[in-house]
Ligand binder design. Structure first.
Ligand SMILES: [Zn+2]
Length: 275
């Protein structure tokens, strides 16, 4: 089974039955659908009611769809972000998505919102790596910034795009999490870290990045890798199928077992979602 942990709602959205058919054509059983982008991504201030509109649109898109998990895309710097978390949880979202395009992930305000998400028992999927917004944002998205999240009680968080081009830095951060969470008797690291391997990596970097990730040797790592595509709700089946084919080919070369591949393509996502 393949679940795609990284699907966006952009400006155009296919009707649910078309979206479902296109996922099936790509060989994808479902995954995570993010709501539309918050205003800050377009260098705007949010209109009143905009967050609720984005939430309502998201819920309409997943209604009656199997294995499609709605994540509300939150900007923690919006004034009512804490209420947005509560409203989204009460409406039934499975988790939250965020892109730090105008603040550090360890900003006090953002940390307060991440903590609230953890308290509500929901996972958080964060952009990491170079970000193609219209503005400078690389500093905010270096993987090392996210080690502050290790200490948020019970938070399940994932860093997207293998943090490309900072794959080595991401692996180092993961190694630190793995050590303190699983090898040392720490009482402070309580969060759980996942790595979303959604491209970001141009094809010529893909094999190298996945090889490093899968051969570095941290015992918990294969169990914390999530497959994703950065597709959108006008799902490009042929392109998505090609991403899956390329990744499977790399895993075959690396001798990754069928069971581990199954975890990467779907099992780990269920763990991330808390299912
Ligand atoms: Zn994305």
């Amino acid at each position: 089974m393949v679940l795609d942990c990284h699907i966006h709602i952009n400006s155009r959205v296919d009707p649910p039955e078309v979206f479902a058919r296109r996922r099936a054509e790509a060989g994808v059983a479902g995954g995570i659908l993010f709501s539309a982008y918050p205003a800050s991504f377009d260098n705007r201030k949010a209109r009143p009611g905009e967050a609720k509109e984005r939430l309502d649109q998201l819920l309409r898109c997943v209604e009656g769809q199997e294995n499609l998990y709605p994540f509300f895309f939150i900007d923690p710097m919006e004034e009512d972000a804490l209420e947005q978390v509560d409203r989204a949880v009460e409406a039934g979202v499975a988790g939250f998505k965020a892109i730090c395009c105008h603040h550090y992930p360890q900003d006090d305000r953002a940390m307060e919102v991440w903590t609230h998400i953890a308290r509500r028992g929901k996972p958080l999927l964060l952009h990491s790596g170079i970000l193609y917004n219209d503005g400078p944002s690389a500093d905010y998205n270096r993987p090392a910034n996210f080690e502050h999240l290790f200490y948020i009680d019970g938070l399940r968080f994932a860093l997207a795009h293998i943090s490309w081009p900072w794959v080595d830095e991401l692996i180092a951060v993961y190694g630190k999490w793995n050590y303190w969470k699983l090898e040392a008797p720490s009482t402070r690291v309580t969060a759980e870290m996942f790595v979303d391997v959604t491209p970001g990596t141009p094809p010529i970097y893909r094999e190298e990045a996945l090889t490093r990730l899968l051969t570095v040797g941290y015992p918990s790592l294969p169990g914390h890798i999530l497959f994703g595509t950065d597709g959108n709700a006008c799902y490009d089946s042929a392109h998505i199928a090609e991403i899956i084919r390329r990744d499977r080919e790399i895993y075959r070369k690396l001798g990754i077992s069928g069971a581990v591949q199954e975890d990467i393509f779907s099992g780990n996502l269920k763990k991330f979602l808390g299912l």
